[in-house]
Design a protein around this ligand. Structure first.
Ligand SMILES: Nc1ncnc2c1ncn2[C@@H]1O[C@H](COP(=O)(O)OP(=O)(O)OP(=O)(O)O)[C@@H](O)[C@H]1O
Length: 360
């Protein structure tokens, strides 16, 4: 299913929860809506689901108008499935009945599925690896198993659009990683378009074809995970997604002089023109490195966090705090004077050039 959101605003009284939202979701596309708490992610999902209507602008699905300020199609009349953070299972229904329910009631159930509802229940239970637990009640399931039931219930009627609101946030870290893979596999098998709301950038980067970064009710940037991570166009995207240090300085073409220090020149070929215009260089913690040789930007270490395969340092540089992630082979201590460098091979080099630099 294709979906278009055109010039949508949503106001609650005088508060603008969504401002001038324009977005296209292609057939089969996996779109992540990423942003901090309160930025309007759920509000946008509710408009797509049909729980609410826009204050202005309109929403189209498969080239049909489904919502504007005066009219909206209710959820049951849209060919969608939904998965919520809270699982939303019914306590009195066992696993099989949860999955059977939408198959009996979904308005868009295809003629092919109608005579084979039990077969479809089995098929979907196998997809989410729950075929041995069909008779269990929700109170007899773990968090991960409950989330699998919620996923199975949403995909059973083969909806054309699957809406997911922070579906993994109540699971522990290990289960979340496992469920990411399962959601990716389900996407490949079902070929449904997915809109996936999250505030976790690693989840969005790992799964989505396209990421929509939101802040304060507005879209900041839309792009592939690589574009959003490597070429942020706003300082918000650079710091929220890449956790970048926003380093002040002077640009001359693609060369950057941190804090206007003429002796230190960084290659900023990959930095977008929007950030150059603000005299900023977005350096992610893994793009910087520390040494004792005095040809970098001088700073003092103020915090050290050992993380196993790397160490996270906080460094005070010209009154600002920078974060650098460095491997464990060189260790520095709090109070130590260090020099911060941009890793040479980070930007704009071809693979063979990188190797030369790395192994020279
Ligand atoms: N019914 C409502 N009435 C008034 N304000 C609302 C209403 N629903 C949401 N808001 C406000 O709109 C803003 C966006 O809310 P929304 O739930 O979309 O944010 P979110 O990005 O999903 O946040 P979270 O990640 O915390 O769930 C918030 O400031 C919220 O307080």
């Amino acid at each position: 299913m294709t979906t278009q959101i055109k010039n949508v605003n949503k106001n609650y009284g005088s508060f603008n929860a969504l401002r001038q939202i324009n977005l296209d979701i292609k057939e089969g596309e996996f779109v992540a809506i990423l942003g901090p708490s309160g930025c309007g992610k759920t509000t946008l999902l509710r408009l797509l689901a049909g729980f609410d209507s826009p204050s202005s602008g309109d929403v189209w699905m498969n080239h049909k108008l489904i919502a504007n300020s005066t009219f909206f199609l209710p959820p049951e009349k849209r060919n969608i499935g939904m998965v919520f953070q809270s699982f939303a299972l019914w306590p009195h229904m066992n696993v099989r009945d949860h999955i059977r329910f939408p198959l009996k009631h979904h308005q868009f159930l295809s003629e092919e599925l109608k005579p084979s509802i039990d077969h479809r229940v089995d098929e979907v239970l196998k997809m989410v690896d729950m075929h041995h637990l069909g008779e269990r009640m929700p109170s007899e399931l773990s968090g991960g198993q409950k989330q699998r039931v919620a996923l199975a219930r949403a995909i059973a009627p083969k909806p054309a659009l699957l809406l997911m609101d922070e579906p993994l946030s109540s699971l522990d870290a290990e289960l979340r990683m496992g469920m990411r893979k399962e959601i990716q596999q389900l996407h490949q098998v079902t070929k449904a378009s997915i809109v996936y709301v999250t505030h976790d950038q690693s989840e969005a980067l790992a799964m989505a074809d396209k990421i929509v970064v939101m802040n304060k009710g507005k879209i900041e940037q839309v792009g592939t995970p690589k574009e959003i991570y490597s070429s942020p166009t706003t300082s918000f995207v650079a710091s929220f997604v890449g956790k970048a240090n926003l380093i002040k300085g002077k640009w001359e073409g693609t060369a950057f002089y941190p804090f206007h220090q003429p002796s230190i020149k960084w290659d900023g070929t990959a930095v977008t023109s929007e950030l150059r215009a603000k005299n900023l260089f977005p350096a992610r913690p893994e793009q910087l490195e520390l040494s004792l040789s005095d040809d970098g930007v001088k700073g003092i270490i103020t915090n050290v966090q050992y993380q196993g395969k790397e160490i996270h340092y906080t460094i005070m540089v010209e009154g600002e705090q920078w974060v650098v992630h460095q491997d464990i082979f060189a260790e520095f201590s709090i109070g130590e004077e260090v020099y911060v460098h941009l890793k040479e091979w980070t930007y704009g080099k071809r693979m063979d050039e990188r190797k030369e630099l790395h192994f020279a």
